[in-house]
Every structure is written in C-alpha cells, then in structure tokens.
Design a protein around this ligand. Structure first.
Ligand code: SF4
Length: 319
C-alpha cells in the first residue's frame, strides 16, 4: 500500500488516500473526539471494498465497484495508522474503535471476519472495540452467522458495536435510499435478538434523517425490542451523491436534534435515542461520508497515481 495523500485537521480527523494495488485506491481515516485526547478515544475508519456495489443515495462510495480487499489489505490501513502513533503495537487508548465503514459494505467481504479474528493476536489493544455498520444485504447470512460466533468468542461484554443502517421505516423510502435487496425488519430483529447477550452493547438502528425520511416509532416497536436495539439519529452528510439526489438533512450541527417530537415518541416506546451530529469541521475535511476517492476521481476513477498527485498535495493539513 502506498499512501499518496493526507488531508484534514489533526486534532479532529485526518483522511488518507492510498493506492492499494496498481490503479486501485482506497481511503481511510483516523479521528479524535475533541476535547478528548488520543489516549482517551481514537477512532479509525477503514475501507473494505474498492468502491461499493450497493450505491446508497447518500453515499459516495457507491456507483463503482472493483471487488473486495483482502484481509492483509484491510490490515495495511490499520497497521499504517497504528504504527504511526504506536510503533510498538501497544495501543494504550481507553476507547479504541475501528469502524469497518469507509468504502464498502462490510458484510459483502468475508475478509472482514478474518481481520476481526486475527486482530487480538496482532496488537495489544485493551481498549479495542470493533464497529460493523451494515445495510444487511440479501444473501449475507454466512457473514452474519460467523460474525455472531466471532463476537461471542472475542468481543462479548460490551466490546463490539453492531449497527444496521436502515434510514426509514417506510420500505419505499428505504429502497430509494438503499437500492438493493436487503433483509427486512423481521429478519434484522430476529438476528439482533440472537446476537445480543446481556452485557453487550445494544444494537444500533441508524437513521440518517433526510427531509424525505419517515421514522415511525409504532413500526419500529412492532419489530425491534428496546431491550436489544437503540436508535441513533445522524445527519445526512453533504456528500456528492446526497447533493446530486437532492437529499437534504433535517438535522445539522446548527440545529441539533431538531425533531424533538420524534425523539420523545421513540423514548416513549422505550428506546434509548442517541443523536450524533459529529464535528461540523468534518464536513469541510470530507472525513465523514464524503468519499475522497470519488471526489478526486470525478468521471474517471481509473486515473493514475500521477494524476492523483497532480490534483492532491501529498501532505495537506488544514491547520
Ligand atoms: S453507505 Fe455503505 S453500503 Fe451504502 S454505498 Fe456507502 S459504503 Fe456502500
């Protein structure tokens, strides 16, 4: 892996663009949560696919797809970041999270399972918590069954975060936002109930709330046990695709949680509700969902490393 460029703001998030194989590019991120120092919380976000075949309407990773990364290629992103900060591979961070959530739907790549199995043998990271965020694609039963076993063996007792990104309780809107065949709510609910054990973190149901979304607390409570699932509301990030598809966010950093009625009704149904706005600066950096690779590949994602270099400064920090 050759890291070609870096951008961001080092006390919030840094985003790296790398050539993983000749002509194949990925991006990955490290971020902090100010005012917490790195030793308290450090989050890495790594890519698992070259592009993504799902093509969600609010995400720039979709629209092109060139296959899965190998476990070694996923590890090379992690290794790069860990060795930069902790060359001895002893990650002394209280909350050290790796999200398999940058480019690619993780459930479409079994190598993610290999990484999860091998991680505890590679690094000394007592605060480690993996985080898998998925749209629950159709046909991914093998992945999820294995994931359940791996979680039980290695990450039980609150050391694993699983998130289903569902975005709407209206199937028509959900299909528009996530345009592939996927598990329905009863299947997600049934799996979640099997996955969750006392002491685990509750499973997150994520809604990136757009002006088109509809979230019905009644529908949710018909399927999802509030003892097993919590609800997380996030903004729709201003990605290229969200803007192209005219999908606006109904919450933002300026108007945190501006749907108090929804939050109240969800809480009345017994759900824990998290509102996660993120750092407004991250939108400038493009480090949440704005896919850097896509941005620099507009029109032709098979550009050479040289043409990348031409467009990006090799090291660029917005400080
Ligand atoms: S949100 Fe996830 S599943 Fe959807 S296109 Fe982006 S990477 Fe793929």
């Amino acid at each position: 892996m050759r890291v070609l460029a870096k951008t961001g703001k080092k006390d919030i998030a840094s985003l790296y663009l790398a050539e993983m194989r000749p002509g194949k590019f990925v991006e990955f991120v490290e971020s902090l949560q100010p005012p917490l120092p790195k030793k308290k919380k450090w989050v890495l976000i790594v890519s698992t696919l070259f592009g993504c075949p799902v093509g969600c309407a609010i995400c720039d990773a979709g629209g092109w797809y060139e296959g899965p990364l190998t476990a070694d290629e996923i590890f090379s992103q992690i290794d790069y970041l860990i060795s930069s900060s902790f060359p001895e591979r002893v990650v002394s961070v209280e909350k050290f999270k790796i999200q398999f959530a940058r480019m690619g739907e993780p459930a479409l790549n079994p190598a993610v399972l290999e990484v999860l199995k091998e991680f505890p043998h590679r690094y000394n990271a007592p605060g480690f918590m993996p985080s898998v965020s998925t749209i629950a694609p159709h046909g991914s039963e093998f992945f999820f069954n294995e994931l359940l076993e791996i979680k039980r063996e290695n990450y039980s007792g609150g050391n694993f975060q699983l998130q289903f990104s569902i975005h709407s309780t209206d199937p028509r809107v959900r299909d528009k936002l996530i345009p592939v065949k996927k598990w329905d709510f009863s299947k997600i609910a049934c799996y979640g109930t099997k996955f969750y054990r006392s002491g685990d973190r509750k499973i997150t149901l994520n809604f990136a709330l757009s002006d088109d979304s509809s979230v019905s607390p009644d529908v949710l409570s018909r399927y999802f046990d509030p003892g097993v699932f919590l609800v997380k509301i996030t903004p729709v990030n201003p990605t290229i695709n969200a803007q192209k598809n005219r999908i606006g966010s109904i919450i933002s950093g300026d108007t945190p949680g501006n749907d108090p009625e929804l939050v109240k009704s969800l809480r009345a149904k017994g759900y824990e509700v998290l509102i996660s706005i993120g750092e407004p600066e991250e939108n400038k950096i493009g480090s949440n969902c704005g896919q850097y690779v896509r941005k620099f590949l507009t029109g032709d994602y098979k550009m050479t490393a040289e043409s990348y270099r031409y467009k990006m400064e090799p090291v660029h920090l917005i400080d």
